[in-house]
Design a protein around this ligand. Structure first.
Ligand code: DX5
Ligand code: ZN
Length: 229
């Protein structure tokens, strides 16, 4: 599927709860994917960490490629790595559909976003809670997605930082419908609705899915909580 079709289908699924495969059972990855597919998720969020930009190491291209081999779900790859320029093509080749880079990791985010788009991948720009919104302003005309971190990138299971809500609201004003807004970190049944109300269409969730016995029920409850009127 092309970049545009993936982005359109995600836009139409909002509020879309996207599982972050950080706390899943890696010894049974295919089984986990099947459960998430049955739960009706619209994409898989993959957290790539390098032990340099963030003080944690997760996984890289081989896991993305392995997942690509077992699912047609869009793969939303969140790169928490220094020097992302060196790896964009490799993650594309491994099967990423959306590639998000952190603005803190590069002097030339617009060039990298353009490279990602040239590969027909969705291009995302992420920023940590302590990074001011101004840092990504120049990127907004060149990206498909803005990822507002609601915890410091690096670990699952942290508490939601409300500064993300202000950023989402401001971003929504700035970009209209042009750019998908995604929020990541500490999203659970208490915080999900504020995120959606603030403008987030894609809601990344780790612990609040993977620490539950029934993923389908967790995803459904979170989706319902997001859009409660
Ligand atoms: C944090 C990651 C997140 C995180 C989400 O650096 O990008 O995707 O794993 O996990 P929870 O929902 O547990 O905060
Ligand atoms: Zn993430």
């Amino acid at each position: 599927m092309s970049r545009r079709r993936h982005l359109l289908s995600l836009r139409q699924s909002a509020p879309a709860v996207l599982p972050s495969l950080l706390l899943c059972d890696f010894a049974n990855l295919e089984r986990e994917v099947r459960q998430l597919e049955r739960a009706g998720v619209q994409a898989l969020h993959l957290d790539v960490m390098d032990g340099r930009f963030v003080p944690n190491l997760t996984y890289g291209m081989p896991i993305v490629e392995a997942l690509r081999g077992v699912t047609d779900l869009p793969l939303d790859v969140h790169l928490m790595i220094d020097e992302p320029a060196s790896y964009i093509k490799q993650f594309h080749r491994a099967g990423a559909d959306i590639i998000t880079i952190h603005v803190e990791t590069t002097q030339e985010p617009v060039t990298l976003l353009q490279q990602i788009r040239d590969l027909d991948c969705g291009a995302g720009i992420a920023l940590n809670p302590g990074t001011p919104l101004e840092r990504i302003e120049s990127c907004l005309g060149h990206c498909d997605l803005a990822l507002v971190m609601s915890v410091d990138a690096g670990f699952g299971g942290q508490s939601f930082q409300p500064v993300a809500l202000e950023k989402l609201q401001s971003l929504r004003q700035m970009v209209g419908d042009e750019v998908l807004l995604e929020v990541d970190g500490g999203v659970n049944k208490e915080t999900v609705r504020d995120c959606f109300d603030a403008g987030a269409q894609l809601l990344v969730v780790g612990s609040a899915i993977f620490q539950q016995p029934d993923y389908a029920a967790a995803v459904q409850n979170l989706t319902n909580s997001a859009s409660l009127t």
